[in-house]
Design a protein around this ligand. Structure first.
Ligand code: NPW
Ligand code: K
Length: 497
């Protein structure tokens, strides 16, 4: 799914209006209809709606929504800024609302003394993608006031005050929505933690904008959708044997932290690897042979790994709980110098490289690194926010010729071709030690099965999140464990096949 900027979305609206063709007022009606459908289906216990409408087309959509909802039997009150000029389509919808005697229309000034009823819903149709200035005092006061009212809140297209494309300033005032009903496309700001927090749950409504425009318009930012995953996923060939599905070698674990090796190995086994090896210290031998009998054990040292005796034609995933003992560090660096095949690196493998940054260039081209924000910072330096972090990630992925899986609520896969793929599967139940180890196992296993590094990273991150969602459904976000996530991988594969 492509991510477009506010300007590209505007161009898409204009193109659709011209080429479908459809009157802009009718497109606005379509927008409102799609919102009414969603609201009728999802707010069955709500009757009273307070709709706050701006003067541009976001407000115009809100006014159309007010009329349609009124005719469906909802109790509607509208708030507007009477003193400002309205866009043509907003004015046309305002006139229609004013003809309905039973819809009360108030000025924003009257909000503070208004008696809001319980169990009602506030709808924010103040600003959408068109906002290109700071909100004025009247608007800021209104948004601040609405943010204090304790009712359910729905934003139309975007929470008002948010930009579609950019990070916000500390003093920006933004409507805080529980649900955001947006049209057709994810906006970049919905996907970053500092700005996405204002959106609540995002629901994309299809308003049939021009497919021709969408296909042709270039972008280098995407959201990973089902269609992309279905294109990547390779059904297993029945005429095959274990050699068909590659060799995976996990290098992980140290004394007291053998769980990381178990999780990474199990994940590799459970995501289809033909043959799986685990290089781990002797102290973990019993644990690994018991928990992962399908994997072949390779001795990596006494209490930590310091000789990496790997099968040359296998794909390596290295790092979980490797430790940073001096003998491990020097063995790892020798290993890195000797490799030219893409591998997957996480955790202590990245921490060791961060301490010796000249080794960044030794990471084989087309490898995949999977840092969380702190590991990213250790590797590449501090940035002010997640938008700047992503920009730095793009520079580094291009410079080093590697894939960076930047772990976050919406993990970003950054390619050396300067593309970014945001993942939207997964949940806060995965914010637990061990989740990253499972991700390393999955991605390494896919790479070993001949998925390209780009596909392995995208598919691996998506699978991991999807399995996490199934585990959360079963056990709750609080109680689910990375082990439960690994157990759900099978159900995700079943849903794809
Ligand atoms: N084409 C369509 O029908 C479609 C429309 N869609 C919907 O429209 C939204 C974008 O609408 P948009 O560009 O009008 O700006 P919008 O986000 O409301 O910003 C608010 C500020 O803009 C200004 N303002 C702008 N024009 C003005 C005017 N003529 N007359 C007066 N003011 C005007 C004004 O600011 P000011 O002039 O005071 O600086 C206002 O405060 C989009 O998010 C989506 O909801 C789509 O869903 C689908 C197709
Ligand atoms: K809005």
């Amino acid at each position: 799914m492509k991510i477009f900027s506010a300007q590209q979305i505007k161009n898409c609206d204009t193109f659709t209006i011209k080429h479908e063709p459809v009157y802009s007022l009718n497109l606005m009606q379509r927008v409102a209809d799609s919102c009414v459908n969603w609201i009728s289906n999802n707010f069955k216990d709500k009757e009273i709606f307070y709709i706050f409408c701006g003067n541009g087309n976001n407000g115009g959509g809100g006014l159309a929504l007010a009329r349609i909802m009124y005719h469906k039997g909802f109790d509607i009150t509208v708030f507007i800024n009477e003193s400002e000029n309205f866009s043509k389509d907003a004015m046309s919808n305002l006139m229609k609302v004013k003809q309905i005697a039973r819809i009360d229309v108030f000025d924003f000034n009257e909000t503070q003394n208004f008696n809001f009823k319980e169990n009602a819903v506030i709808i924010d149709a103040l600003f959408g993608t068109g906002l290109n200035r700071k909100a004025n005092k009247k608007e800021v006061d209104l948004i601040n006031f609405l943010n204090r009212v304790k009712l359910s809140k729905v934003a139309i297209d975007m929470p008002s005050g948010l930009s579609a494309d950019h990070m916000i300033n500390d003093n920006t005032v933004i409507f805080k929505a529980d649900e955001t009903l947006s049209f057709q496309f994810w906006k970049k700001t919905f996907l970053h933690p500092e700005t996405g927090i204002y959106c609540g749950k995002v629901h994309l409504l299809d308003i049939s904008l021009s497919e021709e425009f969408i296909v042709k318009e270039p972008t280098n930012e995407f959201v990973i959708g089902k269609k992309l995953i279905r294109g990547i996923y390779k059904i297993r060939n029945e005429f095959s044997h274990k050699g068909t599905y590659g060799k995976t070698t996990i290098i992980a674990g140290s004394f007291g932290e053998m769980g990381a090796a178990v999780l990474a190995t199990k994940s590799a086994l459970k995501s289809g690897s033909g043959l799986t090896f685990i290089v781990a210290p002797k102290c973990g031998y019993g644990i690994l042979q018991t928990t992962c009998p399908e994997a072949k054990y390779i001795d990596g040292g006494e209490n930590s790994n310091y000789h990496f005796d790997i099968n040359n034609d296998s794909v390596v995933g290295i790092g979980p709980s490797l430790g940073t003992a001096p003998e491990t560090e020097s063995a790892f660096m020798d290993f890195l110098k000797s490799c030219d095949k893409p591998m997957v690196l996480d955790a202590d493998a990245l921490n060791i490289i961060a301490k010796n940054s000249q080794f960044l260039k030794k990471i084989p081209t087309n490898s995949i690194i999977t840092p969380h924000p702190k590991e990213f910072e250790r590797l590449f330096g501090k940035t002010d926010n997640s938008f700047k972090r992503l920009e730095l990630g793009r520079e580094k992925a291009m410079e080093l010729g590697i894939y960076i899986v930047l772990k976050d609520h919406h993990t970003q896969i950054i390619t050396p071709e300067n593309q970014v793929y945001y993942n939207i599967t997964g949940n806060s139940g995965m914010a637990k030690g061990g989740s990253g180890d499972a991700l390393l196992g999955i991605i390494t296993s896919l790479l070993a099965q001949n998925y390209s590094p780009k596909d392995a990273a995208i598919f691996g991150v998506w699978l991991h999140g999807k399995a996490g969602d199934l585990a959360a459904e079963k056990f709750s976000k609080e109680a689910m464990l990375p082990t439960d996530l690994i157990d759900e991988l099978g159900n995700v594969f079943k849903s794809l096949a």
